[in-house]
Design a protein. Structure first.
Length: 483
């Protein structure tokens, strides 16, 4: 069971971070236009603490930021010592073996009981509705302008709730929100996202799409909004699984949606069919500005908050930034599911400089010719991994997280006339390198040892490594050498 759960809300998590020596309060006034961003960027790159700006010069509430900026804080957010523990739990749940004997039945029942507790729980009243603002003024929120050429103020950790107009299926997603006015927001709904699909159906039907945005949720719900779940998996089921406890949800006051009962701020409103407004530019996680584009507009008709709310945000830019540990947690948590989908995979890594979708390193236990190319094509067919631009495949004696060793294999084990697979396919909405938006060139690099059945007839050389006996002898005598 996860340790220390559940944090009831963001304030509980901040208290836990402070107790762990992982939170620094900034009591002097700080400007949310650029100044907070520069402070946060320096702090992240120094692997510094989470920050609570108590007196932002815009808005009426403190700003919590860099909450997930190290692997340790990411583990604290999810209530574990190491995020690999969650991957192990998922791995146990997806094991295909049938129970054998009493111990197997007991294990199976334990798994069922673990899953039984996770659906969200509806409550009639909630702290997120302690204060109700029918006359909406988004200026109460200390939204950030993070880079000089940003198109304005953005809210960067707003958890966006929509429902499919025909199936009623809920989606929870994390999208930046461009503040256009005191009561309107630009919805950066990228082409591959589920909310975009919901909005397209509503427009086809000529209907408004209800939207609710929760800001400052507990850390597990906030993480679940970033998780690359298939459209048929409810993010709140996933959050309940991570918490080991059901997420409390409350009905919104003005739209037919539910939101986390312990959110700090909730915005309720509608996106009108056919309405678009320029959104951006914005300095995004790619490290470059994404250009101004036409996106849907949310008309906020009601804002509710806790008493004395805390505003949660994030700064995105060229790595390293706070989203790096979030991406690493996703890599570790979803590895068992990816391995179930592509059993050839032993391990994988998403290097932080690859900003999640530019590069994937995969290790395999190679058994037959062109297995590396088979894995490349499987990755390009796997949900959001389809956006990966470069796949490097190495043998299973190479740790994908040891980038020096991976580079050694990629530079030395490859005949680029035979081992480089070039193709085309979808790329991330934010990708600026593709010559046209949404699709572009991709490459797969086979850095595994080559087999005779792949046309390599020279006899693959053995690696030059020291014998274990000599290594052991030198280990024992090291102090004698005076080095």
């Amino acid at each position: 069971m996860a340790k220390g759960f559940p944090y009831e809300d963001l304030k509980d998590f901040l208290a836990a971070l402070e107790s762990a020596g992982e939170l620094h309060r900034i009591a002097v006034p700080v400007d949310p236009t650029l100044e907070i961003s520069e402070i946060v960027t320096r702090t992240v790159r120094a692997r510094g603490p989470a920050l609570l700006f108590e007196k932002p010069t815009r808005g009426t509430m403190p700003v919590a930021i860099n909450l997930f900026g190290t692997d340790r804080r990411m583990a604290l957010a999810l209530g574990v010592d190491d995020v690999n523990e969650i991957g192990a739990r998922i791995g146990e749940l997806v094991r295909p073996e049938l129970p054998v004997g009493w111990s197997g039945i007991r294990e199976g029942l334990g798994k069922l009981m673990q899953l039984k507790s996770v659906p969200p729980k509806r409550v009639k009243s909630a702290p997120c509705q302690d204060v109700v603002h029918r006359d909406v003024d988004l200026g109460l929120l200390p939204g950030l302008r993070t880079w000089p050429d940003d198109g304005g103020i953005f809210h960067n950790f707003g958890l966006t709730h929509t429902r499919h107009p025909e199936t009623g299926k809920r989606n929870l997603g994390l999208y930046r929100l461009h503040q256009h006015s005191a009561d309107t927001l630009g919805m950066h709904w990228q082409i591959h996202k589920d909310s975009t699909a919901h909005h397209a159906v509503a427009e086809r039907r000529g209907e408004r799409l209800p939207v609710a945005i929760a800001i400052g949720c507990d850390p597990v719900v906030s993480y679940a909004a970033t998780a690359p779940l298939p459209a048929d998996i409810d993010e709140y089921l996933f959050a309940g699984f991570l918490r080991g406890d059901r997420v409390e949800m409350v009905d919104c006051l003005t739209v037919p949606l539910q939101v986390p009962a312990h959110a700090q701020v909730v915005l309720e409103g509608y996106v009108e069919p056919g309405e678009r407004h320029p959104e951006g530019p914005f300095g995004d996680h790619t490290g470059f500005y994404t250009p101004e584009e036409q996106f849907p507009v949310l008309h906020v008709e009601c804002m509710t908050t806790q008493k004395d709310p805390v505003y949660h945000s994030i700064v995105t830019s060229k790595p390293p930034q706070e989203d790096g540990p979030i991406g690493h947690a996703t890599e570790r948590i979803f590895l068992p599911l990816i391995k179930m989908l592509i059993p050839d995979i032993v391990d994988l890594a998403m290097p932080e400089p690859g900003v999640f979708h530019n590069c994937l390193i995969v290790s395999i236990s190679k058994r037959y010719p062109k297995q590396a190319q088979k894995v490349m094509n499987a990755v390009w067919g796997a949900h959001l991994l389809s956006l990966t631009k470069l796949i490097v495949v190495v043998d299973d004696d190479c740790d994908p997280h040891d980038y020096h060793e991976v580079a050694f294999r990629a530079f030395g084990n490859v005949d680029y006339s035979r081992d480089l697979l070039l193709t085309q396919g979808p790329v991330d909405h934010l990708d600026h390198a593709s010559y046209q938006q949404f699709w572009g060139g991709k490459a797969g690099l086979d850095a595994t040892r080559k087999l005779p059945t792949e046309g390599y007839d020279r006899g693959w050389p053995a690696p030059a490594v020291m014998s274990p006996a000599v290594v052991s002898t030198v280990d024992k005598r090291w102090s004698e050498y005076g080095l």
